[in-house]
Design a protein around this ligand. Sequence first.
Ligand SMILES: CC(C)(COP(=O)(O)OP(=O)(O)OC[C@H]1O[C@@H](n2cnc3c(N)ncnc32)[C@H](O)[C@@H]1OP(=O)(O)O)[C@@H](O)C(=O)NCCC(=O)NCCS
Length: 166
Amino acid sequence: MEIRYLEQDHFLRDFFPLIVELECGSHYDTANPQHREWISRRVGALYAMSGNAISLYSDEGTPMGFFFLLHDRGLAGVRCFGKKGTIAMFGLFPEFRSQGIGASLLREAETFLLRHGGECLYVDTYANNAGAIRYYTKEGFIPVAYHPGENGLDDKGQVYLYKALI
Ligand SMILES: CC(C)(COP(=O)(O)OP(=O)(O)OC[C@H]1O[C@@H](n2cnc3c(N)ncnc32)[C@H](O)[C@@H]1OP(=O)(O)O)[C@@H](O)C(=O)NCCC(=O)NCCS
């Protein structure tokens, strides 16, 4: 397996279906051009916010999954900036899940963050996604907040989890 840091066009080309799954679930409509345009615009915004698409490929060059890390180092020389990294998206294509493979992406992202002055990592996930919450807890994250209303007042909100890296 090989880890690559991808430019925006390459990332969209190799991982579009997985980005759609992670961002929209089953709500994405292939017949609606606004849906495609929204995904492209959102990914562009994440790159503009100092995002890194840390991506995993098989030895044969097959895209397996990615970890989209946001880390803005902020003002140079100012101590309180750049401490926090955020997982914007994290997933593997279905055939590669539940084999312990995601951990290699998480380790790479944590090492990258530490090397660039980061000290902690945040993620939020749908409160109904018990599998993801279990996964992050297994990886050392602690649930620190619940935000109701983010998915509608009649729906479950988002759970925020945090991991100190030092
Ligand atoms: C999250 C993810 C990257 C973890 O990588 P991985 O290599 O599969 O992780 P592991 O093999 O170490 O652990 C898998 C465990 O994670 C949990 N898990 C993670 N995401 C899950 C999901 N969407 N649904 C159900 N369980 C999930 C389960 O407990 C699973 O255990 P199981 O194999 O007994 O079912 C991968 O499972 C994935 O792509 N999941 C779907 C996308 C997702 O939920 N992303 C996180 C949302 S923020």
